[in-house]
Design a protein around this ligand. Sequence first.
Ligand SMILES: C[S@@+](CC[C@H](N)C(=O)[O-])C[C@H]1O[C@@H](n2cnc3c(N)ncnc32)[C@H](O)[C@@H]1O
Ligand SMILES: [Zn+2]
Length: 280
Amino acid sequence: MLQDIQRYLTCPHCGLGLALDAAGRGLRCPAGHSFDVAKQGYVSLLGGGAHTGTGDTTEMVAARADFLAAGHYRPIADALARAAAEAAPAPGGLVADLGAGTGYYLARVLDGLGGEQVGAALDISKFALRRAARAHPRIGAVVCDAWRPLPLDDGSAELVLNVFAPRDGGEIRRVLRPGGRLLLVSPSPRHLGELVGALGLLSVDEEKERRIDEKLGPWLRLVGRTEVEFPLRLPRPDAAAVVGMGPNAWHTDQARVAAALAELPEPVEVTGSVLLSVYE
Ligand SMILES: C[S@@+](CC[C@H](N)C(=O)[O-])C[C@H]1O[C@@H](n2cnc3c(N)ncnc32)[C@H](O)[C@@H]1O
Ligand SMILES: [Zn+2]
């Protein structure tokens, strides 16, 4: 709930701290800027002039929620939970998930920590955050833009998660406490390789890791990287979902994907392959 994370939140207009009113319906800063809590439990702290065009649509969010609920990406959640436990965040401390989507990974990480840590689900899509707000009792959901100053205080986060989502190294560094860690999940070039070939999807280029390291380099130091590779056996609707929930949703003709999927044997056998990188 927002109550759990309000002490870490800052006003997008003036940067001062925010506090919830007694009824829990709005956040307000000492300068008088106020933000209504939506009835679904999230709050928007988008500054002026922000646009939400890159946020997941309601269809993309639904596809992702169903796919994750089926447990297909469980190995990724398990690996994140292990890395989070190794980072040993202070009891009661903040775990921020940048581009949190439905809050699936953040909820798993909080459950695995057992120190009553609290979670901030940050995303630009209110459709995603409606779900994230319900994903765990200690998650607060905040609409914001990863490319603008994050509405979190300096040094407030023990851990930042970033899973298949945009990131700004300078902002992550600013909100992390000294010694805090960023756990970043990105697709490897083999991720969903069989579908990329059969359906003509966007492929992950071989240079992706190097580019991520380069961009984060001025702010954060890579301290560990593990490959998480696992077989996926997908019923056709789930194979369609994995296409519909990622960047391909923006670039691929759905009807053509469905036609190509109908030609594949069911279940569709696909490789899941991601890199979990730890930065300090
Ligand atoms: C591929 S999804 C991953 C979601 C989640 N981490 C997961 O793996 O289930 C990318 C997420 O980034 C969010 N996003 C896109 N652009 C954003 C931005 N500029 N600021 C914050 N979030 C953004 C989308 O709304 C979406 O929820
Ligand atoms: Zn303010």
